[in-house]
Design a protein around this ligand. Structure first.
Ligand code: ADP
Ligand code: UVW
Ligand code: MG
Length: 394
């Protein structure tokens, strides 16, 4: 490896990590530490063809990151012997300030902390990962790569909310957008799949994971995206409502006396597919729908309809699209969701090839479809490593 980067994506109860060559973007090791803070955590560590899975009690992120270091010691090469050039962290909210990756110092950490109120499910966990990694690797540069950065190009007509002036000027209220490393990477790959440079094409990216967002990418630049001030707006997600009438919040506050903190938590953690079906995992929801569960069937319809509306509006925003790319857990793996989303877009120029869709792509539209539909696996960690290497070289 010529410039190995350890990429850390620290979530509220999990840590995803990869050791990636910053030049070739090939990952030699990847891992997932799940259920941090619960009675038993699971660690999955993959290196080459080897996969190791074990359970351990990990009370917090510090214990999680120590387990990560130990995993490298025991299976493969200890991190201290890999010639690591940096530790790169996914940070979800960069606010107005961070529109490029930065080397992290105390002041940057404080700024990331201040942005926690805008990404309460994400930034505190990202920060914890950084704190622990700085202690574990005090000599290495720690770099933050922000989910919001790719959407810094979204123009005023799409990022301004029509709300009082001081909300916007003093309290940072605007659309920021998230999953930026995924939208950036997948839109470039989509252009490549069409045999074009990113500057020659308009692409709509549907990132459908646990969190989900759609973006409109015009000639390589994001011009609109479905998430907003926070990662709550837009699509229906695993546990997040996505778009709702904001007055629902005041109505429920008046009706039940629930505090704003309770309502915030309800919309972020107890809504979405979970509220409609009692389940978060799309595989289970699809199975239930196939088995005749009406709630699951209706929820799938709600989920796909919302995506379809966004895609239709982004075709209008872009004045026509060359490609629609599906990515992330659901987008990459669910022919059912892709078919439901695209089924009535024929009039807008998307003709699905059912067999290709079942087979998983990459091209899932017919050869005469004016808009090419694609399935493109995302690589957020690879993109984070690439941006980190670029920053450290400059
Ligand atoms: N074969 C599949 N069919 C449908 N959904 C799937 C499939 N495989 C994974 N998923 C869904 O992908 C989602 C997780 O996506 P992922 O991108 O890993 O999310 P995150 O990175 O936000 O944790 C889960 O809801 C899971 O059910
Ligand atoms: C921003 C966001 O929603 O991220 P995730 O999908 O990882 O929850
Ligand atoms: Mg994700």
């Amino acid at each position: 490896m010529s410039a190995p980067v350890l990429v850390i994506n620290s979530g509220s109860s999990s840590i995803k990590y990869q050791l990636i060559d910053g030049e070739t973007l090939v990952a030699s090791t990847s891992g997932l530490i799940e259920r941090i803070g619960q009675s038993e955590s699971t660690i999955t560590h993959k290196t080459g063809a080897e996969k190791h899975v074990w359970n351990e009690q990990l009370p917090d992120h510090a214990a999680g990151l120590e387990a990560l270091v130990t995993a490298f010691d025991e299976f493969g090469t200890p991190l201290s012997k890999t010639g690591l050039i940096a530790v790169a962290h996914r940070v979800v909210h960069g606010g107005r300030r961070f529109v490029q990756p930065v080397v992290i110092d105390d002041e940057v950490m404080a700024a990331i902390g201040e942005l926690s109120s805008l990404a309460p499910l994400h930034n505190p966990a990202n920060l914890e990962g950084i704190q622990v990694a700085r202690k574990l690797f005090p000599k290495l540069p720690q770099v933050a790569v922000f989910d919001t950065a790719f959407h810094a190009t979204v123009p005023e007509r799409a990022h301004l909310y029509a709300v009082p002036q001081d909300w916007r000027s003093e309290h940072g209220v605007r659309r920021y957008g998230f999953h930026g490393t995924s939208h950036a990477y997948v839109s470039r790959q989509a252009a490549a799949a069409l045999g074009k440079s990113p500057k020659e094409v308009n692409v709509i990216v549907a990132h459908l994971g646990n969190g989900a967002s759609v973006s409109a990418v015009e000639r390589g630049r994001s011009i609109d995206t479905s998430m907003g001030l926070t990662p709550l707006e837009g699509l229906v997600m695993g546990t997040r409502s996505g778009d709702i009438d904001p007055a629902i919040i005041f109505h429920m506050h008046r009706q039940t006396g629930a505090s704003f903190a309770d309502l915030d938590s309800a919309l972020n953690k107890e809504s979405g597919m979970y509220a409609l079906t009692g389940q978060v995992d799309m595989r289970a929801i699809e199975q239930a729908a196939t088995g005749g569960d009406r709630d699951a069937e209706v929820a799938l319809d709600v989920y796909c309809y919302r995506i379809r509306k966004y895609i239709g509006s982004y075709i209008a925003a872009l004045g026509g699209a060359d490609a629609i790319a599906f990515t992330a857990g659901v987008g990459e793996n669910s022919p059912e969701v892709r078919a439901r989303v695209l089924e009535s877009l024929v009039a807008l120029g998307v003709k699905l090839d059912d067999e290709a869709n079942e087979a998983g792509g990459p091209v899932i539209s017919t050869s005469d479809s004016p808009i090419t539909a694609l399935v493109i696996p995302t690589n957020e960690e690879g993109e984070i490593a690439r941006q980190t290497t670029t920053l450290l070289r400059s």
